[in-house]
Design a protein around this ligand. Structure first.
Ligand code: PEP
Length: 249
């Protein structure tokens, strides 16, 4: 089944109001690649400004709380993201799992909250370096997938991003064979769980994707796009990745 390519930028904790123009440049140029779905996930503070600058473009959060509202100082809920104009959110990024102690159950609750609020979800999984080196990467990631997926979901509204932790922000990348093996294993596990919907759900690769390696990584088996950190901050670095997605069948 043909799945549309999906290239998503995660700005992490980067960007002040002067970054809105960069997002406008990215979304403007992305129209030249209609075969690719492009989204940007800025800090919460910039969501409204990006939505205003590029109406109709896909703007998302980087996380959400599992509760719709309440006494959770500093947190942002999924309905709040939707209210600000977001149409998607990332959940389960390794910087949340590791830095904030989020478990698979926490990630599952967040994904369910996001879907309930009408958002699409990018659910992140990935192994640390020691587990990759011990040969346990696929088993580790499949435990995360099984534990983090909502009980029921529309596979057109949920993507899984495989992001090996050791590849994030390091310039290191797995081999194309390793990426294809991981994505194939995730898709097989999804088939067991949701049947034919597994052929619809998009699997993204994330970790040090740039304009030089994007075609190779996005061309690996069962890779439907990329989740991009550092190289998503400027149009000059991000658009070559979008272009690579457009050049692939
Ligand atoms: C990320 O953190 O989601 C990511 C992929 O970062 P980078 O592209 O900078 O490795």
């Amino acid at each position: 089944m043909a799945r549309r390519k999906y290239v998503v930028g995660n700005w992490k904790m980067n960007g002040l109001s002067d970054a809105v123009a960069e997002a406008g440049a990215i979304f403007g140029a992305a129209k030249d690649y209609p075969a690719v779905d492009v989204a940007l996930c800025p800090p919460f503070t910039l969501i409204g400004a990006l939505v205003a600058a590029a109406p109709g473009s896909a703007v998302g959060g980087q996380d959400c709380h599992a509760a719709p509202s309440g006494a959770y100082t500093g947190s942002v809920s999924a309905p709040m993201l939707a209210d600000a104009g977001a149409t998607l959110t990332i959940v389960g990024h390794s910087e949340r799992r590791e830095g904030f102690g989020e478990s698979d159950a926490d990630v599952k609750a967040k994904a369910e909250a996001a879907l309930a609020a009408g958002l699409s979800v990018i659910l992140c999984v990935g192994e640390p370096r020691a587990i990759r080196e011990s040969g346990g990467a696929i088993d580790h990631v499949l435990v995360q997938v099984r534990g983090s997926l909502p009980d029921a979901f529309d596979p057109t509204r949920l993507a899984i991003a495989y992001e090996p932790i050791w590849a994030i922000g390091t310039g290191l990348i797995p081999t194309v064979e390793d990426v294809a093996a991981m994505h194939g294993s995730i898709r097989a596990a999804l088939s067991e769980r949701i049947g034919a919907g597994a052929q619809v759900l998009r699997l993204l690769y994330g970790g040090s994707v740039n304009g030089d390696n994007a075609a190779e990584l996005l061309g690996a088996g069962d890779v439907d796009g990329a989740l991009v950190g550092g190289a998503s901050l400027t149009a000059a670095k991000f658009l070559p990745i979008v272009a690579a997605g457009a050049g692939l069948p």
